[in-house]
Design a protein around this ligand. Structure first.
Ligand code: PMP
Ligand code: GLN
Length: 388
C-alpha cells in the first residue's frame, strides 16, 4: 500500500498567508483588491526594454553568485548618494530573490539555535516564521498601540544575553509610520556595547511623504556597522512579481549571508539584473516616487474621509490603515479577519486585517488598504466603501 509518511510541521501555527487568501477571495468575488500590496499598473517601459534587450543579447545563463557587478555597483552608488554610506560593491552588496528571501537568509546567517530575535509587533508576516525556520526564538515587543512608534523602554526590557538580533521596518508595513532620526539615534544608543545585529527592512524606502527623509540605518555609522539592510526593487519599480531585492551589510556579515545565499537560491535571474542595472543609472524614477504615491495617498484619504471609516496617519508605504469602530453594523464585532471577508464578499473591496501582523489574537477593528492602484480603481473602491 502506498503511504506518504507524516512529517511534524516546521511551522505548525502557519496556514496560507493572508495575502494569498485575500487575493483569492477578491478574485472569487470580483472585488476591488486593495488587500495584498502590489500595484495594478505597469512599470516604466524603459525598464522592460532593458530586460528584453538583455535577454536578446544572450544574458541568460547564471550570473555571479552575489549578483552582476554592474547592478551591485549601481546599488552601492545609490546608497552612497542617498544615505552617505559607502558599501563596497564587491564584498558588501548582494542581489536577492526579493526581500523575503533576503530576510530569511539574513536570519539563517546570523542566528544559532535558541538565539532570541526581537520583532516589533505588528510586523510583516514572514518575520516570525523566518525566525522559527532558523530555530531561533521570536521575542515580540509591541509598538506603541496608538502611534505605532517604537517604544524603546519596552525594547530595552526585552534584551537578554541571548538576544542576537532585532528586526526593524521603516516605513512600516502595515501602519504606514516612519522612524525619525531621533528613533534611529535611540536605537543606536540602546545597542551600543552589545553584539546585537539589526535586520533593517527598508523595502518602502522610496515611499516617505510630506518631505520627510527616510531614516535608513545606513545613515548612522554605528548602526550601519551592525546592520543588514534589505530593500526590494519590486516595490520601488512597480514589479513585485519579478522578486528582485538587495542586501547591504558590512563585509563580515555579508560573508556569512552569502554562505547561506549560495546554497539557498545561489543567484538571481540574469536579464532582470541587467535591466535594473541600466535603469538605475537614472535616479529620476525613484526620486519621483514619494510625490507619485503621496498624490495617491491624498486622493484615497480624501475619499475615505467621506466614509464612516476613521483614518490612521500614513507617513509612508502604500498602505492606509483605517478603523471601522464607528460603523455600527453587526459585522463590526466579527473580528478583523471576518470583517475583511465580509467586506470583500458583500461590499466588493478586499482589505487586510491588522491582526494578521500579530502573533497573538488582537481585534482593534482596524484594517489595511493598499493604494498602489490606478486612480479609477481607487475611485471604484471608494464608491463601494461610501455605501457603508
Ligand atoms: N518586507 C515588507 C515590510 C513587505 O511589506 C514585503 C512585501 N512586499 C516584503 C518585505 C517582501 O518583499 P519582496 O516582495 O521583495 O519579497
Ligand atoms: N508585502 C505585501 C503586503 O504586505 C505582500 C507580499 C506577499 O503577498 N507575500 O501586502
Amino acid at each position: 500500500m502506498s503511504r506518504t509518511p507524516p512529517v511534524p510541521s516546521r511551522l505548525p501555527d502557519s496556514g496560507t498567508t493572508i495575502f494569498s487568501v485575500m487575493s483569492a477571495l477578491a478574485q472569487q468575488h470580483q472585488a476591488v483588491n486593495l488587500g495584498q500590496g502590489f500595484p495594478d499598473f505597469g512599470c516604466d517601459p524603459a525598464l522592460l526594454d532593458g530586460v528584453t534587450e538583455a535577454m536578446q543579447q544572450g544574458h541568460n545563463q547564471y550570473p555571479p553568485m552575489p549578483g552582476i557587478p554592474a547592478l551591485r555597483e549601481a546599488i552601492a552608488a545609490k546608497i552612497a548618494a542617498l544615505y552617505g554610506h559607502g558599501y563596497d560593491a564587491q564584498t558588501e552588496i548582494t542581489v536577492t530573490a526579493g526581500a523575503t528571501q533576503a530576510l530569511l537568509t539574513a536570519l539563517l546567517a546570523i542566528t544559532q539555535p535558541g538565539d532570541e530575535v526581537i520583532v516589533l509587533e505588528p510586523c510583516y508576516d514572514s518575520y516570525v516564521p523566518g525566525i522559527r525556520m532558523a530555530n531561533a526564538v521570536p521575542v515580540a515587543v509591541s509598538l506603541d498601540p496608538l502611534s505605532h512608534a517604537p517604544d524603546f523602554d519596552r525594547i530595552a526590557a526585552a534584551i537578554t544575553p541571548r538576544t542576537r538580533a532585532i528586526m526593524i521596518n521603516t516605513p512600516h508595513n502595515p501602519s504606514g509610520t516612519v522612524w525619525s532620526e531621533a528613533d534611529m539615534l535611540r536605537l543606536q544608543q540602546l545597542l551600543d556595547g552589545t553584539d546585537i545585529i539589526v535586520i533593517s527592512d527598508e523595502v518602502y524606502e522610496h515611499m516617505v511623504f510630506d518631505g520627510m527623509p527616510h531614516a535608513s540605518v545606513s545613515r548612522y555609522p554605528a548602526l550601519a556597522a551592525r546592520s543588514i539592510v534589505v530593500s526590494s526593487f519590486g516595490k520601488t519599480f512597480h514589479v513585485t512579481g519579478w522578486k528582485v531585492g538587495h542586501v547591504a551589510a558590512p563585509a563580515a556579515l555579508m560573508t556569512e549571508f552569502r554562505k547561506i545565499h549560495q546554497f539557498n537560491v545561489f543567484t538571481v535571474n540574469t536579464p532582470m539584473q541587467h535591466g535594473l542595472a541600466r535603469y538605475l543609472q537614472d535616479p529620476a524614477p525613484y526620486l519621483g516616487l514619494p510625490a507619485f504615491y503621496q498624490r495617491k495617498r491624498d486622493l484615497f484619504a480624501s475619499g475615505l474621509q467621506q466614509t464612516r471609516f476613521r483614518l490612521l496617519p500614513c507617513q509612508g508605504t502604500y498602505f492606509q490603515c483605517v478603523s471601522y469602530a464607528d460603523i455600527a453594523l453587526p459585522e463590526r464585532d466579527l473580528g478583523e479577519a471576518a470583517f475583511c471577508e465580509w467586506l470583500t464578499r458583500d461590499i466588493g473591496v478586499a482589505a487586510i486585517p491588522l491582526s494578521a501582523f500579530y502573533g497573538q489574537p488582537v481585534d482593534r477593528q482596524t484594517i489595511r488598504f493598499c493604494f498602489a492602484k490606478q486612480d479609477a480603481t481607487l475611485q471604484q473602491a471608494l464608491e463601494r466603501l461610501a455605501r457603508l
